[in-house]
Design a protein around this ligand. Structure first.
Ligand SMILES: [Zn+2]
Length: 578
């Protein structure tokens, strides 16, 4: 998704991040199986002194006064998420009624406006007013990221009240001091202005060229080509024709790009940020990873946001692993997948001299996962938020299992965080807030908007995502093994005429129907639902062929006819609502 276009140049003072407390902490030594840049050290030791990684060794280092913790876990770099929209993650998952060929379509879908955009805008209100919820929204979004192992994230809203629970790479990241906040080296653009706005586009080119020419800036992230149609592809062509494919560049999305575009990116040193779940939920397709890998493009993985993407990086890692297995023939190794959420995004963002690896001298942004020592990369991929044992940022033990956290903090300093049956703890002195306070303010505010507060995570978040993803992938790519019609409860009714096919499952249905319309034409479809008297009870326009949508939950019991129109083609299907 994309929403805001801003440049992270903000002047602020008198703000102190909780992260800075790391320097005054006692040294820490962690024992566990360590994922290093080029190898794995089983049952090794990582020493943290003054917020940085002081040593990595097979034997216990001699560090006077150190707190030593045997984690029995897998020690790896905290995740670096370079594609998110932190404040939006207070909102629950939204399943679009159909897929879209260009992002402007879902951004203007009345259902999106009602369920997502308007509640979001109303919650923020006047961003500078004390009654705005923006600070709580950001903090809660950061908390959602943290429970999934993220230690750095992009992008946030630049407001001074932000706690900086995790590093915000575009605003007060903690890399450049805490009192001068205009020093971030990353520019994040959430949209290329539309082709219909040539002046805005020229201004954009000017800004981008300035950033590319100015050695101060290290990375230019651009939401680009989010869609599957000609307009989405034109965005890339525009960038290319204006010389904006360059080593600082990172394309977020890139859904319609093919081999020639990826070769151009590889030649120009531009990276790709891949967000498969959100792409598929919104657009029915994601970037052509085969072509990107063939061309040698550097690829990072990130969730976009929890609304149509994964709740956190661990979940998105599982989406990528599934895609790798089923769509890429397993060409990515487990190590490569883990690198795509750690060292690769750190490199793309230009912060690999600070974070993104368990390496001596780097800042101690560390994640500890409970899992199989003999297969550490697979253990990380398979892990859920329940398996997150500890998260350190700047060497501060910020979050994790109580049994470990009590080694660093007094019991009274730890706030219990409940993740649907699993209890974790957050170090209040480091966080400088209580999650409970934030939830108690956000919940009623969201309910007043007719929605609810998204959970920090859910045990079945990934499974829910997969249902939605497979419903769309099922149509798009026949190679995907899916539940076949005969395995689904209920009878399948299928009518086929020419190249337009309509299927509804189950039929009859007591709840709703899942309708699939297949066509060899890309022309948008109209669907009308008639009752037995021939009255139209529902009309849906702009439906993209070869997608799935649900309807009928609000229909009275009875017989209905679904009429599907595509150009001159017409198809009808009888449905029984019980
Ligand atoms: Zn986005």
């Amino acid at each position: 998704m994309r929403k805001y276009f801003f440049i992270a140049i903000i002047l602020l003072a008198n703000y102190v991040s909780g992260l800075t407390q790391g320097s005054s902490q006692k040294p820490i030594v962690l024992r566990g199986t360590i994922i290093l840049a080029n190898k794995v050290t089983k049952h090794g030791y990582v020493a943290i002194v003054n917020g940085r990684i002081a040593s990595v060794s097979e034997d216990l280092p001699n560090i006077p006064g150190a707190i030593t913790v045997n984690t029995h876990g897998i020690i790896l770099p905290g995740f670096v998420d370079v594609h998110n929209h932190v404040a939006w993650n207070v909102l629950p998952r939204w399943t679009p009624p159909h897929v879209y060929t260009y992002y402007t379509q879902w951004e203007t879908d009345p259902e999106y406006l009602q369920k997502v955009k308007i509640p979001f805008v109303n919650l923020i209100g006047n961003i500078n007013a004390p009654e705005s919820h923006i600070c709580d929204m950001i903090t809660y979004g950061e908390m959602r990221a943290l429970v999934g192992g993220t230690t750095s994230i992009l992008a946030t809203h630049p407001v001074p009240c932000m706690h900086g629970l995790v590093r915000n790479l575009d605003y007060n990241s903690g890399f450049y001091g805490t009192t001068e906040l205009n020093l971030e080296h990353i520019i994040n653009s959430t949209a290329l202005p539309q082709a219909s706005q040539p002046l805005a586009r020229l201004q954009f080119v000017g800004l981008a060229q300035f950033a590319i020419a100015n050695p101060f800036y290290e990375a230019l992230f651009i939401h680009l080509s989010e869609g599957t149609d000609a307009a989405a592809l034109e965005e890339f062509t525009f960038m290319q024709s204006h010389g904006l494919i360059n080593p600082k560049g990172a394309v977020i999305h890139g859904i319609p790009l093919g081999p020639s575009q990826f070769h151009a990116m590889a030649a120009g040193g531009t990276s790709l940020v891949w967000s498969p779940l959100s792409n598929i939920i919104l657009h029915g397709q994601t970037a052509n990873l085969h072509a990107a890998l063939d061309a040698g493009v550097e690829i990072a993985l990130a969730p976009d946001w929890g609304i149509t993407g994964s709740s956190n990086m661990l979940d998105e890692l599982k989406v990528a692993a599934l895609w790798n297995r089923e769509q890429l023939g397993g060409r990515l190794t487990d190590r490569q997948l883990v690198d795509m959420v750690t060292s690769v995004p750190a490199h793309i963002a230009g912060v690999d001299d600070e974070v993104g690896a368990v390496s001596v001298g780097l800042r101690a942004d560390i994640l500890v996962i409970n899992g199989d020592h003999n297969n550490p990369f697979r253990a990380v991929i398979d892990a859920t938020a329940a398996d997150v044992e500890l998260v350190f940022i700047d060497g501060v033990p910020l979050y994790g299992d109580r049994i470990f956290m009590e080694g660093f903090w007094n019991r009274s300093e730890l706030e219990e965080i409940n993740l649907s049956g699993v209890t974790k703890t957050l170090a209040t002195p480091a966080a400088n807030f209580l999650v409970n306070d934030i939830e108690s303010r956000l919940r009623p505010a969201l309910e007043a908007e007719g929605t609810s507060l998204a959970p920090l995570t859910e045990p079945d978040d990934f499974d829910i995502s997969m249902v939605g993803m497979r419903a769309r992938m099922n149509i798009i790519n026949r190679k995907i093994p899916t539940t076949t019609a005969t395995n689904i409860n209920g009878k399948v009714e299928k009518i086929k005429t020419g190249k337009l096919t309509v299927t509804a499952l189950p039929n009859p249905s007591r709840k709703y129907f899942t309708v699939r319309i297949e066509s060899s034409s890309a022309e948008l479809l109209q669907v009308r639902v008639h009752d037995v008297l021939g009255r139209i009870v529902e009309t849906r326009n702009g439906i993209v062929a070869n997608t799935t949508f649900q309807f009928g939950s609000d229909l009275q019991p009875g017989i209905y006819v679904v009429e599907v129109l595509q150009g001159t083609k017409r198809q009808m299907l009888k449905l029984i609502r019980q």
